[in-house]
Design a protein around this ligand. Structure first.
Ligand SMILES: [Fe+2]
Ligand SMILES: [Fe+2]
Length: 180
């Protein structure tokens, strides 16, 4: 991993900001959905609980789990192949497994059990994001053999739809649509 890869400091900083912004948006949405479920359970409102549970499970299946799986591609594999990043990535992968198993538990849980599973997802995800933002991504940015911009290029699960076409030069991201 000592071979330097061509990268541009501005593009690395932009990629870091894009993933951080996407993480912040995800956490905000997740917390709102968890709060809706928790309030419905506290109020013994079974109709509201059913709706909040359905929306939260769907969000986890369409946003949270795909986000984790997308990270396990170039983002985690590049850092995990570096000797200095191997243990960190192993720990991050273990947290993905915990998040996925909590989503499985949430899917069939009701009442207080559902609220407990949802709270668990919220806490583990928040802790996990802190490590990605503060440890994993800065490690990739600072490693001469790795590129954050290259790792996330074209992956809307990691940077959101708004940034998906803002790929760095020389990346494998799809070309932006031609405006007419
Ligand atoms: Fe992750
Ligand atoms: Fe993430």
């Amino acid at each position: 991993m000592d071979t330097p890869v061509p990268k541009n400091a501005e593009e690395e900083a932009r990629a870091l900001a894009a993933v951080e912004a996407h993480h912040a948006g995800m956490l905000k949405r997740l917390r709102a959905l968890i709060a809706a479920l928790t309030q419905a359970v506290k109020a013994h409102n079974t109709v509201a609980e059913h709706d909040a549970h359905e929306v939260l499970v769907e969000w986890c299946e369409t946003e949270l789990v795909p986000h984790a799986l997308a990270e396990e591609g170039p983002l985690y594999s590049g850092a995990g192949a570096a000797p200095e990043g191997r243990l960190l990535v192993a720990g991050m992968l273990a947290e993905h497994k915990v998040i996925v198993s909590l989503v499985e538990r949430l899917r069939t849980a009701q009442g207080v059990d559902a609220a407990v599973a949802a709270a668990g997802i919220g806490e583990v995800f928040a802790l996990h994001l802190d490590k990605e933002n503060g440890l994993l991504m800065p490690f990739i940015v600072e490693s001469p053999g790795l590129s954050l911009a290259g790792s996330v290029a074209g992956l809307h699960e990691l940077v959101g739809e708004a940034h998906v076409h803002a790929a760095p030069h020389g990346s494998v991201a799809p070309a932006p649509p031609v405006s007419t």
